[in-house]
Design a protein around this ligand. Structure first.
Ligand SMILES: [Zn+2]
Ligand SMILES: [Zn+2]
Length: 310
């Protein structure tokens, strides 16, 4: 099958064998995959993969093959909601508690920029056939942004989302959909943040969604003493944290990754997000799609479709 592969030197379209399906996993025919910042970091070599890998983890597909006991039947439409996959080998996995070695689809194991992908059943959500594919492919980013709801923050509090473009926009919209009415987004120019325009010591919680030292520093300055800084970015390199400032102000740091809400698929249908959905490229033009994502890392979402004539 065709797949977008990152090897030790470059990212290219290759021919690879169809993936094997372990029991408990589901084989999907990929209908549409979305490009995430993580994919761009992997494709450019900024995020090392430790081997040759098919990229991509934001995907909607049609079930081709599943276990007879699976709730996802061939022909069903499903989307990946949780791309972090338990290793299956450790004591925590045997005990059914949270695995400390979860594997990221499209980073640690082969992903979805391909004609087919295999995914554990537990990573998938059923999606209705009338949900537009671009929205269905965004179930994973919505689940990722919904992770902030798992932090110790409350709807009546005053919040700030630090970041720009679709990531902070989507986070803010998820919060508003859940009743957070007093949430602002920091003004930003490109990846630089307009720190002087943000009130210091003012917010009950600040969500750091930019992944830069400046944003983390600004988060610690703008949160009130005793407030909460929610860490939501996944920068490819470690950031610097002003521990003294955090300690002096009794700031709670809450790092969150995913929160697969019961209604994540409903949110994908209802959230105002048409303005965040960008163009679809055929898999063959992955290089243009990646270049567009690299050029506009915070711009609208760009998609890859393996199986459609363009
Ligand atoms: Zn993603
Ligand atoms: Zn494990």
């Amino acid at each position: 099958m065709k797949a977008v592969i990152r090897n030790s030197e470059c990212t290219e379209l290759g021919d690879v064998p169809e993936p094997l399906r372990p029991s408990g996993w589901v084989r999907l025919r990929v209908l549409l995959a979305a490009i995430c910042r993580t994919d761009v970091q992997a494709a450019t070599g900024l995020l090392p993969l430790g081997g040759t890998r098919v990229l991509g983890h934001e995907v909607v597909g049609e079930v081709v093959e599943s276990d007879p006991t699976s709730s996802h039947r061939p022909g069903d439409r499903v989307a990946v909601a949780l791309p972090l996959i338990p290793c299956g080998d450790c004591k925590a996995c045997a005990d059914g508690t949270r695995c400390a070695h979860r594997l990221m689809l499209g980073v640690d194991i082969d992903g979805a920029f391909a004609e087919q992908v295999v995914v554990p059943e537990a990573s998938l959500c059923a999606v209705p056939a009338d949900l537009p594919l671009a929205r269905a492919a965004c179930v994973e980013p919505i689940a990722a942004m919904s992770a902030v709801l798992g932090a110790p923050i409350r709807p009546e509090e005053r919040g700030l989302v630090l970041g720009s473009g679709r990531i902070s926009d989507l986070t803010t919209r998820v919060l508003r959909a859940r009743g957070f009415s007093d949430v602002e987004t920091a003004p930003a120019l490109g990846l630089g943040l307009a720190g002087d325009e943000v009130a210091h010591g003012y917010y009950d919680f600040v969500i750091e969604a930019a992944g830069t030292d400046e944003a983390l520093d600004l988060a610690l300055r703008s949160v009130r003493p005793g407030g909460v800084v929610v860490l939501k970015s996944r920068p490819a390199v470690p950031l610097t944290l002003d521990v003294t400032r955090a300690v002096r102000n009794d700031v709670t740091l809450a790092a969150v990754s995913y929160n697969v809400l019961d209604d994540v698929v409903r949110l994908a249908g209802e959230l105002e997000m048409d303005d965040l959905l960008g163009p679809v490229y055929p898999l063959e033009r992955f290089d243009e799609a990646l270049a567009a994502s690299l050029d506009q890392p915070l711009g609208s979402k760009i998609f890859l479709a393996p199986d459609r004539a363009w």
